[in-house]
Every structure is written in C-alpha cells, then in structure tokens.
Design a protein around this ligand. Structure first.
Ligand code: PLP
Length: 230
C-alpha cells in the first residue's frame, strides 16, 4: 500500500465516522503525524493531497521543513521546551501542546517579534498520568484565562492524549470529558478564548474521537507505517 492509498482509506474512515455521528465530515481535519519519518514520505503524502502535518521534535521539524518543497502546513503536537520555541516561531500555524503559562509566554514573545499570532490548544492530562504532559483539569480554567490575555496567541481549543487501550472504546470517556471541559470553558465566555477545536484521536482510536467531537485527529502510523526511531 502506498502512502496515497493509506491517506485515502483514512479519509474514508474519517468521513464515515463523522456521518455516523451526524457531523459534517468537513469539520474534521486530518493531521498527518510525520515524526521520525523522512521528508520524502511527507512529500509523498503532500503529492497524495495531504496538506497538514504534525511534528513532535523541534530540530527534526526545522530540518524537514527545509527539505519538503511541497506547500504544507505544520502543527507542533509534542512536548515543547520554552528555549526551543524560537526555532518553530513562524514555521508552525498551531501548537497543540500548551500546558503551562511559561510556555505560552514564550510563544507570545516569539510570535510577537514576528508581528504574528499563533493559534494554540491547551493540552489536558485528563487521566493525570505522570508520563504525559498536560495541565490538570483543576488548573485548566486558570491557565486558559491567563493564556488568553497574551496578545500574540489565540486559544482555539483543547487537546488530549488518553491512556493507551487495546480497545479504542477505552478512550471514549476521555474524549467525552475533553468535549465536556471545552463546553464548560466556552460557557465562561472568556475574552480571547474560543473552544472550536478538539484535538484528539490517533491511529488506533480516531473514529471514536470523531464520534465524541474531534475536529483535529492526529494520525501517524496508520498513514506512514512503523516509526523510524532514532
Ligand atoms: C505520535 C503521536 C501521534 C500519532 O500516533 P499514531 O498512533 O502513530 O497515530 C498523535 N499524537 C501525538 C501527540 C503523538 O506524539
């Protein structure tokens, strides 16, 4: 199977899941997660019609962005160290993984230098797993309102990574909880906070995530195959 074939299959599954949930398939965007994959595979996916890619590592992204000649859009989806924000400023159009105010402040500073605005999602660690990043549910509202006051970023929604389950149904309560949290924050009516994006769902569970309201699904291995760990 080629990458273009895989993309077609994933797009079909996204569409079917959206329709099943009574949603317009156009409200779900596929983020092709290309971490550890060579630039040539990103180009292959881009030639297959994919525009949006997600990356987790700053150096890798910076190098790949130079190599990929097709017109693509990058989202940063991994843990981001504040001292590396400068290297992705202006390169990515969205950061899915804002989990602390100091990171948001650095994003604000770097995008401010460029005279731009960065779309961000707040990453929530719903299961409170020590191994995962994300703010706690308790701190979420305070963080969202503090981040919203920064002029060079826009809070667009929430992101989560639930614990791993063999059965994708296991992730459903976490997806549902993220949707509930987004609605609760939206109800606060904070200036500068829009809750229009829910980034949730990966290769093993994106259909369940779509049924629970995902607008951005982050799919890697189902498109590119096994990851090439460095
Ligand atoms: C790697 C990664 C993905 C994609 O995972 P797959 O199971 O390969 O689809 C999605 N989101 C984040 C944050 C990741 O790090």
């Amino acid at each position: 199977m080629s990458i273009a074939d895989n993309l077609k299959i994933i797009e079909e599954r996204i569409k079917a899941a959206a329709l099943r949930a009574g949603r317009d398939p156009a409200t779900v965007r596929l983020v092709a997660v290309s971490k550890t994959q060579p630039a040539a595979l990103v180009s292959a996916a881009a030639l297959g019609g994919q525009r949006l890619f997600g990356e987790n590592y700053v150096q890798e992204l910076a190098a790949k962005a130079v190599e990929v000649k097709e017109r693509v859009e990058w989202h940063f989806i991994g843990h981001l160290q504040s001292n590396k924000v400068k290297q992705v400023a202006g390169l990515v159009t969205m950061v899915h993984s804002v989990d602390r105010l100091s990171l948001a402040q650095e994003i604000d500073r770097q995008w401010g230098r460029l005279g731009g605005v960065c779309d961000v999602l707040i990453q929530v660690n719903i299961a409170c797993e020590a191994s995962k990043c994300g703010t706690t549910v308790e701190e979420l509202l305070a963080l969202a309102s503090a981040v919203a006051r920064l002029p060079h970023l826009r809070v667009r929604g929430l992101m989560t990574m639930p614990p791993f389950f063999d059965d994708p149904e296991g992730a459903r309560p976490y997806f549902r909880e993220l949707q509930r949290l987004a609605a609760a924050i939206a109800a606060e009516g904070l200036a500068g906070v829009e809750m229009v994006e829910l980034s949730m769902g990966m290769s093993g569970d994106f259909e369940v995530a779509i049924e629970e309201g995902a607008t951005l699904v982050r799919v890697g291995s189902a498109i590119f195959g096994e990851r090439h760990y460095r």
